[in-house]
Design a protein around this ligand. Structure first.
Ligand code: NAD
Length: 390
């Protein structure tokens, strides 16, 4: 237990602190949920962290159903199965419990179960979200067990469109959970690889949001402090999974990244999305591989901004010092330096590289890159990440 305990009302209600998962029954009551569907993933479902959370519901006599058929990088068939269980159980809300995959799927079940139009009509394009019947979206309580995606404070869910192997973002303001229970004690069981990958995801969100063009000083401020928290705490959480102070700061950094990226993301995500969809790699780890190549590529547009954040974080040497600090952090966390290091046996022919570049330039995050992400730019960054050329 630490003294890092708080309640935030921005961007939604966040009950922050060790042990606060005990407040789940009260959170359900506040959000008007009397018969929740508890959505998690199959790995977590076998762990004591799920058993002890369900016991909290049992002890409070809360009726609930459980759905855990969620792939990492969830797909449409996971959503269809979850919606069936939701309808059969006559549930009136969702507890989204897990990493980004379970959180996103739980949020998507709450969103889509009452809609009549197909899911893809609600992709995050223009005002497509207004097509949804908002009155049919049920409330969500989100309980993150990783510290990276920040999906718990986000208004979107990411899901893979299997036919096109594309990760799509489904957006609706009412997909924002009504209450988040951010209990860092739930993250202590994360394997080191997931601690590293999710932590680097939080860093990628803060970094790309901060570098995205556009006037959004609030997002910039949140992103800068988020980066400081990651640099100072991710190595500690990685080295000692039971360091609750480091775990708590990483949980904050994750929520801060997702809050900041309302401003925009960039080429790290534009390239990482097709790689994740085609090779089923871990999202945060894939971002971590691309990070230094994208940073170097964007240099001319972000050199001064990066020098400023480097000073704040306490990194010497301006842009170059910041780049070196990222390389050092990656090395400390065992992040592969190249794409073939991440995807074993990777052998990309030219056609595959063209496909990835085509997918990257139309990814919704591409518009936030501080240098225009043309197809040739995407191909250059991809090749650099394959060859390890900075
Ligand atoms: P994840 O949810 O896929 O989980 C990875 C693995 O970690 C799973 O096997 C899970 O069982 C395990 N795990 C999770 N918590 C654990 C714990 N406390 N102890 C032990 N094991 C644990 O990983 P993630 O990185 O959190 O989420 C990735 C997904 O989130 C991707 O699909 C990505 O596209 C999506 N995403 C969404 C947003 C958003 O804004 N909605 C942002 C970024 C990423």
């Amino acid at each position: 237990m630490t003294n890092l305990v708080s309640k935030w009302n921005y961007p939604t209600t966040v009950l922050f602190g060790g042990g606060r998962v005990a407040e789940l029954p009260a959170a359900l009551k506040t959000t008007g949920i009397s018969n929740p569907l508890f959505v998690t993933d199959p790995g977590l479902a076998k762990l004591p962290v799920v058993a002890s959370t369900l016991k909290i519901l049992d002890d409070a006599d809360v009726p609930y159903g459980v759905f855990s058929d969620v792939k990492p990088n969830p797909v449409e068939s996971n959503l269809a199965a979850g919606i069936d269980v939701f309808r059969q159980g006559k549930h009136d809300g969702v507890i989204a419990f897990g990493g980004g995959s379970a959180l996103d799927l739980g949020k998507l079940i709450a969103f889509q179960a009452g809609q009549t139009r197909p899911l893809w009509d609600f992709e995050d394009i223009g005002d497509w979200w207004t097509r949804a019947d908002a009155s049919k979206i049920v409330p969500i309580v989100a309980v993150p067990t990783t510290a990276g995606t920040g999906s718990e404070v986000g208004r979107a869910g990411v899901i893979t469109h299997e036919a096109s192997h594309t990760k799509k973002v489904i957006f609706h303001p009412k997909m924002l959970p009504g209450i988040v229970i951010a209990d860092p004690e739930l993250t202590t069981g994360m394997p080191a690889f997931i601690t590293a990958g999710t932590g680097m995801d939080a860093l990628a969100h803060c970094l790309e949001a901060y570098c995205a063009p556009g006037y959004h000083p609030m997002a910039d401020g949140i992103a800068v402090e988020g980066m400081r928290l990651v640099f100072e705490n991710l190595p500690k959480a990685f080295a000692n999974g039971n360091d609750l102070v480091a775990r708590a700061h990483m949980m904050s950094a994750a929520a801060m990244g997702a809050t900041a990226f309302q401003k925009g993301l960039g080429a790290i995500h534009s390239l990482s999305h097709p790689i994740g969809a085609l090779y089923d790699t871990h999202h945060g780890m894939t971002n971590a591989v691309f990070m230094p190549y994208v940073l170097a590529f964007n240099r001319a547009a972000i050199e001064d901004r990066i020098a400023r954040v480097a000073r704040y974080v306490g990194i010497e040497g301006g842009f170059d010092g910041f780049g070196k600090a990222i390389l050092k952090l990656r090395e400390e966390l065992g992040v592969p330096h190249t794409l073939p290091g991440l995807v074993k046996g990777l052998d990309m022919d030219d056609e595959r590289k063209q496909l990835i570049a085509d997918m990257a330039v139309v990814d919704p995050t591409a518009g936030g890159n501080p240098v225009e992400l043309t197809k040739s730019a995407a191909l250059t960054i991809l090749q650099n990440a394959i060859d390890g050329r900075l």
